[in-house]
Design a protein around this ligand. Structure first.
Ligand SMILES: NC(=O)c1ccc[n+]([C@@H]2O[C@H](COP(=O)([O-])OP(=O)(O)OC[C@H]3O[C@@H](n4cnc5c(N)ncnc54)[C@H](O)[C@@H]3O)[C@@H](O)[C@H]2O)c1
Length: 339
């Protein structure tokens, strides 16, 4: 492979940092653009330490045209676009901020790419675009019916990328629909660092184990699942990171738009996750049951066979391994990157 330069928007965030480690390890040059609205410059230093390589960092917003023209002054071969707001509940409270950042940011990015003749993009979509699944596992051909503004922004950007690819045969876009990323790099140097009370199960559990949260509320014990708690497809973040490099390499090969699930294909219930984490950490996770939350679904897991067919990608790391890696990160960094 000739050395290629990849622009990573939102690279300082949870999935971006792990993907930059993978990109640098595969010999790519990385330019990271982040406004640090939900991350810290320290995260980039940690990635450089793991990889033993430098990252060109630009501090700024994808919606800022002056910043974008500065970013694209250097030759960029492809883009991985993570920069977005990502909290479902928050998106219900301030939808216009979500449309502005996630959809508006993607439009500004595509404009800047067009000006500079950059034709390849890998986009962070989400299993949220499926809404309430009709059947499991969820295939890419399942109906797109998001049930909150966050999911709507992801579906809109997917549609925009499809149209962008239809307009020009040299354009390639891969929308990766992630299921539930968890865990951390095995070094314990990088990991998920929520600024507020975590929205997702896994970081909430790690914060209970470290003493920052008192107790977990498990929303619903009467779902139609084997133990009555919600079932999700938890994917190790390093498997997810590897999927991005596969997608990018694919994008260098062909034109057109593809939507691809990245998940393990297996479901894990909340109680199973708690048990796995207790074994990995040796800590007791106290929990109580609460009522089902509106908008939640009983179970959701991926059919990941398209990624397997296209790129021979499949998840390799277990939930147990993700628990051990996530716990290492939390123990070594009780206050995240602020330590
Ligand atoms: N974490 C998940 O569970 C999950 C699941 C599915 C999809 N996704 C998507 O994956 C992507 C990355 O998620 P994450 O968990 O790493 O989130 P994150 O918040 O940790 O990372 C996002 C990064 O983007 C930056 N950012 C946000 N808006 C920006 C802007 N306008 N300009 C420049 N930088 C900006 C933030 O500072 C942050 O560093 C997001 O698009 C998210 O919607 C995440």
């Amino acid at each position: 492979m000739t050395l290629k330069t990849v622009l990573v928007t939102g690279g300082a965030g949870y999935i971006g940092t792990h993907t930059m480690v993978e990109l640098l390890g595969q010999g790519y040059e990385v330019v990271c653009l982040d406004n640090f609205s939900n991350s810290s410059p320290e995260a980039i230093k940690r990635v450089e330490k793991i990889a033993g390589k430098k990252i060109t960092t630009v501090t700024g917003d994808v919606r800022d045209r002056e910043v974008m023209s500065r970013v694209f002054k250097r030759p960029i071969d492809g883009v991985i676009h993570f920069a977005a707001l990502k909290a479902v509940g928050d998106s219900v409270k301030r939808p216009i901020d979500y449309y502005g950042n996630n959809v508006g940011g993607s439009i500004a990015l595509l404009d800047a790419m067009h000006e500079r003749g950059v034709h390849r993009i890998v986009f962070s979509s989400s299993a949220t675009v499926y809404g309430v699944p009709e059947k499991l596992p969820i295939e890419e051909s399942a109906p797109i019916r998001p049930i909150n503004p966050y999911g709507q922004t992801k579906a809109m950007v997917e549609q925009m990328l499809l149209d962008w690819c239809m307009a020009d045969a040299t354009h390639t876009a891969i929308s990766l629909r992630y299921f539930n990323p968890i865990g951390a790099h095995e070094s314990g140097l990088i990991g998920e660092d929520p600024h507020d009370v975590p929205n997702n199960l896994f970081p909430f559990i790690t914060q209970i184990a470290i003493g920052k949260q008192a107790q977990l509320t498990v929303w619903g014990d009467d779902w139609p699942t084997p133990d009555g708690t919600g079932v999700r497809d938890y994917l190790h973040v390093m498997d997810l990171a590897r999927g991005h490099v596969n997608a990018l390499e694919h994008a260098f090969g062909i034109g057109g738009h593809a939507t691809v699930n990245l998940g393990t294909g297996n479901g894990t219930s909340v109680l199973q996750m708690i048990a796995a984490f207790e074994v990995a950490s040796g800590k007791k996770i106290t929990y109580q049951f609460g009522p089902r939350r509106a908008g939640d679904v009983a179970a959701c897991w991926a059919d990941p066979s398209l990624a397997q067919r296209l790129w021979q990608w499949q998840a390799k790391l277990s939930v147990e391994r993700a628990c051990a890696d996530g716990w290492r990160w939390q123990q070594q960094n009780p206050n995240g990157y602020r330590d």
